[in-house]
Design a protein around this ligand. Sequence first.
Ligand SMILES: CC/C=C\C/C=C\C/C=C\CC/C=C/CC(=O)SCCNC(=O)CCNC(=O)[C@H](O)C(C)(C)COP(=O)(O)OP(=O)(O)OC[C@H]1O[C@@H](n2cnc3c(N)ncnc32)[C@H](O)[C@@H]1OP(=O)(O)O
Length: 280
Amino acid sequence: MALRAVRSLAILSNPLRTYSTSGPLVNVSINEKTGIATATLQRPPVNSLNLELLTELCTTLEQLEKNKSRGLILTSSSNTVFSAGLDIYEMYKPNMDRYKQFWTTLQQTWINLYGSSYPTVAVVNGHAPAGGCLLALSCEYRIMLNNFTIGLNETKLGMIAPTWFAASMRNAIGTRQTELALITGNLFTTDEALKIGLVDEVVQSKNEALEKAGKFFDKFKRIPPHARTMTKTSLRGADIQALVKSRNEEMNKLTAFINDPKLQEAIGMYLESLKQKQNK
Ligand SMILES: CC/C=C\C/C=C\C/C=C\CC/C=C/CC(=O)SCCNC(=O)CCNC(=O)[C@H](O)C(C)(C)COP(=O)(O)OP(=O)(O)OC[C@H]1O[C@@H](n2cnc3c(N)ncnc32)[C@H](O)[C@@H]1OP(=O)(O)O
């Protein structure tokens, strides 16, 4: 797996070729004509974000930044799930060293994606609960296919969405709607999400979404990149700095939190309920 990752990165760092690298968990392809990268999450069945997937995504984002990418489309290889959010098994009876690495990588992935200098579009071609919604919110523009759900549903699981999850949502839909969404842990239908501005466009197919994404990137053809980037930083930078400052403190709190026997019991029951659902 390590060898494949190294080879993928070597190819990624050649900006002159059209290439498609198929890492085990994130497929990256770059359109030769436009320079736009597409990163496709491919961890069946539901693209739950475990340490390995996050590590690949985080590295891909770093590499795109280094290569001054023209833009990124983030999407999923599944037809029904964009991402099921954090892999709950990373939080269930965790090995603490791995858990710390997992959370640090999640923080860094958000910092890289939310603060990228290149434009980003999420093609949300399936359900996007919790961490899946966070990934979409970290992009600048969200195009969602019909008949799915999206939202930060952590309270429904007895959890609290971290402040930077909330900040990402607040930046998209405002404080009032964010408060309502978070306290109720609501998962919005595609149409509801469009209505409150949680997504920007609703489409019927992935092809249509990709076309619309192209139109979004076209908007930047005549905009000096530094002006674009500095504007984005002026709007998102404070939230990123807040996490950079507090990431160790957050880790300490989460470490204590995750070991609470009541929480572990609740997570075990939640996992069981997901399995039961499949047996119905
Ligand atoms: C519960 C959180 C616990 C603790 C956190 C502790 C500390 C941290 C503190 C604060 C931070 C909290 C932040 C959390 C952010 C998150 O992202 S938590 C994850 C929340 N995600 C969900 O609740 C989604 C659950 N999944 C679904 O609703 C559905 O699976 C989905 C609509 C995405 C797709 O439905 P469907 O296509 O019908 O698939 P199945 O439900 O049948 O699932 C297929 C198999 O995948 C397993 N699975 C589903 N989601 C996850 C997941 N997030 N992690 C791991 N595994 C998952 C599911 O069990 C099935 O497995 P099986 O085939 O039965 O083995």
